[in-house]
Every structure is written in C-alpha cells, then in structure tokens.
Design a protein around this ligand. Structure first.
Ligand SMILES: NC(=O)c1ccc[n+]([C@@H]2O[C@H](COP(=O)([O-])OP(=O)(O)OC[C@H]3O[C@@H](n4cnc5c(N)ncnc54)[C@H](O)[C@@H]3O)[C@@H](O)[C@H]2O)c1
Ligand SMILES: Cc1cc2c(cc1C)N(C[C@H](O)[C@H](O)[C@H](O)COP(=O)(O)O)c1[nH]c(=O)[nH]c(=O)c1N2
Length: 179
C-alpha cells in the first residue's frame, strides 16, 4: 500500500489528498460482479460492461448503474430510457472485454445469444440473472451518470458460477453445491 491510513496504525495527521490513481488502486481491492448493461429503442441498440451496479431498494425494486458520460453507450441509454442488466457467468470473459470499450455496437452483439426483454432491451441467454429495467432517474456525479433503474422483470439463468472482477482480473465464484 503506498498511502498511509489508520489501518496501518499511522497517526491521524492531515491525510494526503486522494489522487485518481490512488482511488482506482483502492477500488481495485473491491471484488464486484460483472454485468453487461444493454439498451434498445429509438436511440439504437447498445451495451457496455459495468461493475458499478448496486441494489438500492426492494420497494420498488431498484438498482443503480454508474455510466461514464463519455461512453459511446451514454446517448442511446438516455434516449431509450430502458436497460437490461445482464450479470455474467463463468466463461463470459471474452464477452465482458468485447463490451468493455472501443468495439462498434453491432460487433458487440454478434457474440452471445440475445433475446428481447419486455422493455425491448437485449437479454443475454446464459446470464446468471438478468434485470429488465426502466430508468426512473439519472443523477450526474463527476464523470458519471448514476442511473436509478426500476426492475420490471427478472430472468434467472441456470449457471451457478458467477464472474467476478477483482484486482484487475477476472475470477469465478461458485454457488452452493448439492452435496
Ligand atoms: N465505474 C467505472 O466506470 C469503471 C469500473 C471498472 C472499470 N472501468 C474501466 O475499465 C478499464 C479497466 O479497469 P481496471 O479495473 O482494470 O483498472 P483501473 O485501474 O482503471 O480501475 C481500478 C478500479 O477503479 C474503479 N474505476 C476505474 N475507472 C473508474 C472511473 N472512470 N470511475 C469510477 N471508478 C473507476 C473501478 O472500481 C475499477 O475496478 C478502465 O478503462 C476503467 O476506466 C470503469
Ligand atoms: C470489467 C469492466 C468493468 C467496467 C468497465 C469495463 C470493464 C472491462 N467499464 C468501461 C465500459 O465498459 C466502457 O467504457 C464502455 O464499453 C464504453 O466504451 P466505448 O465508449 O463504447 O468505447 C465501465 N464503464 C462504466 O461507465 N461503468 C462501469 O461500471 C464500468 N465497469
């Protein structure tokens, strides 16, 4: 660890400013599920990989997604007002990287099998779980928009092995076994 903190037993003098890189290094220590967030509608079909996804409340069922305002997916997501949050399973690393930037949208959807959800957003066959949502609020924070997404449909997949992003690498987390 390069910066002192109370966890190191250091004194409580004024802490050094947290740099962008320092923040990212710290965030790399948090494991997170990997999702492909898709959209379709008048703004066109698009999708991006996201680890910044979190449950907000179960009444009404609501998730949040943090979307970089500079992403090529931002325009379509806001124009369509709907998303499907597809949580990836073991073996989906190539799909995560494909949706992780710089590839044109149609090339992204050439991989994987996609169904249309009730909102019209693409739902990934083989996802651990998929949340079909309409965006009910968006709040701008720095470089990102925090999208509050009301869940109008859920599809649970068959895989018990989840894809996790931790320490800048992919890992697999297994669910309970029957024995
Ligand atoms: N929330 C995000 O926007 C986010 C999250 C994960 C990865 N990414 C992008 O994926 C690429 C690879 O990421 P990496 O984890 O291998 O290395 P990294 O050093 O770029 O990021 C480490 C961690 O910092 C956080 N982070 C990264 N970029 C961020 C951003 N712009 N805003 C808020 N938090 C951010 C994430 O938790 C990430 O896992 C980078 O281009 C990164 O910007 C973005
Ligand atoms: C593992 C992992 C996790 C994330 C990302 C990448 C990867 C590889 N990216 C980056 C995002 O997927 C990327 O910026 C988009 O695909 C948009 O890129 P283009 O602007 O289309 O090139 C990303 N972006 C974002 O806005 N919110 C997020 O939570 C994440 N999380």
């Amino acid at each position: 660890m390069t910066q002192c903190s109370p966890l190191d037993g250091a004194s409580h003098n004024a802490p050094p400013p947290v740099t962008r890189q320092g923040y990212r290094n710290a965030m790399a220590r948090l494991g997170a599920a990997v999702n492909i967030v898709t959209t379709d509608g008048p703004g066109g079909r698009h999708g991006f990989t996201a680890s910044a996804v979190c449950s907000v409340t179960d009444s009404p069922p609501t998730l949040l997604v943090c979307l970089n305002k500079g992403s090529s997916a931002a325009g379509p997501v806001h124009a369509n007002g709907v998303v499907c949050i597809n949580t990836l399973a073991a073996g989906h690393e190539p799909l995560s990287n494909l949706f992780g930037g710089r590839t044109p949208p149609d090339e992204r959807f050439a991989s994987g099998t996609w169904h249309m959800g009730a909102t019209g957003a693409p739902m990934l066959v083989g996802a651990v779980v998929a949340f079909d949502c309409r965006i009910v609020r968006a709040v701008e924070v720095g470089t990102h928009d925090v999208l509050f997404c009301e869940v109008i449909g859920v599809a649970e997949g068959g895989s018990d092995e989840s894809l996790i992003y931790y320490d800048r690498r992919y890992h697999t987390l297994s669910g309970p076994t029957d024995d």
